[in-house]
Structures are given as structure tokens and as C-alpha cells.
Design a protein around this ligand. Sequence first.
Ligand code: NAD
Length: 249
Amino acid sequence: MQIPPKLLEILRNAKRVAVLTGAGISADSGIPTFRDAQHGLWSRFRPEDLANAAAFERDPKLVWGWYEWRRRAIAGAAPNPAHAALVTMEHRFPSFMLITQNVDGLHAAAGSRSMVELHGNIMRNKCFAENIVVENGIADSHDPEAPPTCPHCGAFLRPDVVWFGESLPEAAMLAADKAARECEVFFAIGTSAAVMPAAHFPRIALESGAVLIEINRDTTPLSGAAHAVLRGPAALVLPHLLKSTWPGH
Ligand code: NAD
């Protein structure tokens, strides 16, 4: 893939860079995106119908079971070269912020530190009633499929992820908003740019004068607005982009 020389020049001179990632960046680690997960055991359910508080109240075992299934897929996965490239970028640019919609923890596992997890982390649990993170829940010895309960109040535990209809963590939103407004270059990587409010950030960056670069396997609603679109799997495109920008490093 030939990277336009003007884009390489922009990257070499950039001081402030922000990145939004979505499920596509983890696809090369073997974690399916929601659209690609339409097969197997859980294919008859739509994620929107499981990832919400009403569904959990109605059928906690069903929703917990779906998360246990997703957690097993994630537990066996490792960061890929795209996650690693973002760690390199964090060290390369004087100001760098990674905004992820992913809940799989692979950015942190790769070594990213300047980062906000907008949608939480699937490996953490919190109390459904008190909304506080709980590390050691109490398992139901009679029913292994039931969610564990909170040692303080006895309510069920739920994964510490943002469900449909819930607001995003305020501190993460503020940090993401600031990075989008202040950056010179904004990358949208492996995201369909369809889930709000995360999908606003590339638009905010554009309106604030940033150069928008999209890396995605497919066309998205952002593609037409981006200054550069690099088509292909993120695990190939992103390392190639870094090598082209700084040959020999
Ligand atoms: P999405 O599923 O809506 O879109 C994924 C995008 O990635 C698509 O545009 C697709 O074309 C692209 N893509 C697929 N494989 C790719 C690859 N190898 N390289 C580059 N691009 C690729 O994901 P989203 O935009 O993140 O939004 C959906 C929601 O799903 C988010 O809230 C996210 O938290 C959640 N989710 C997270 C995970 C995870 O943590 N790994 C997995 C599934 C869903």
C-alpha cells in the first residue's frame, strides 16, 4: 500500500494526535465485532437486546451467560501488531490520547497508558444496585450459571461496561472531548462510527481543524469526510504506516 507523501509529512510534524478505536482493531486478535459475531450459540440474540439493564433484570442468567461467553473469547486473545503500533505512537508524539470503545482490555495489555476506555472493561464487575466495582463476588453454589452477588448488599454483579441506554463515564468523556478538540491529527481505526456518542469525536476533531485519517476494512459513514482512508486490516495497515513514516525505526 502506497501512503501519500503529504500524509507522511503531516505525521512526521504532528505534535498532538488522538485516536478512536473500535471492535475492528481487535478483530485480528480473534475477537469478533458484533456484526461478525452473527454465528454460533448466541447468533439468535442481538447485542442491543442483551446489553441493557432491563434485559439483565428480566433474565440475569441469560445476560451473564452471554458475557461469560464473550469473556472466554477475550481471555484467550492477545494484542496484535495494531495495538502495539499505538503504543509506539504514544511514545512518538508529544501529546497522544487513545480513546477506545473496546471493552476487551487489549490496549492496556499491549502497554497503552494514555488512554480512556469509554465503554468500560468487560473483565471487571460492578454491583448492579450500588454501581461500585466489586472484585470478589459471591458465587451461587447451587446455580453455577447465576451471576455472583455483591458481598456488601447481596445484589447481582454485572460487567462494568456501558450498556445501551446508559451514560458514559464523565471523566473519560471529558478527556476524549478535549483530545478531539486539541489534536492536529485524528485517527478512526476499526470503528463503524455508528455508536453514539463515541462517533461524535472524529466529527469534533474535523470541525476543530484536525486531519482525519480512517483505517478500516470497509467503508463507513466517516470515509467520505476523512482526509485519508487507508483500507485494510488494522494489524497490517498501522505497522506499515509507522514504518513508512519513520523508516528504519
Ligand atoms: P463495530 O462492530 O460497529 O464496527 C467494527 C468496524 O471495524 C467495522 O467498520 C468493520 O468494517 C471494521 N473492521 C472489522 N475488521 C477489521 C480489521 N481487521 N481492521 C480494520 N477494521 C476492521 O464496532 P464499534 O465501532 O467498536 O462499535 C460497536 C460496539 O461494540 C462498541 O461499543 C464496542 O464497545 C462493542 N464491541 C467491543 C468489542 C471488543 O471490545 N473487542 C467487540 C465487539 C463489540
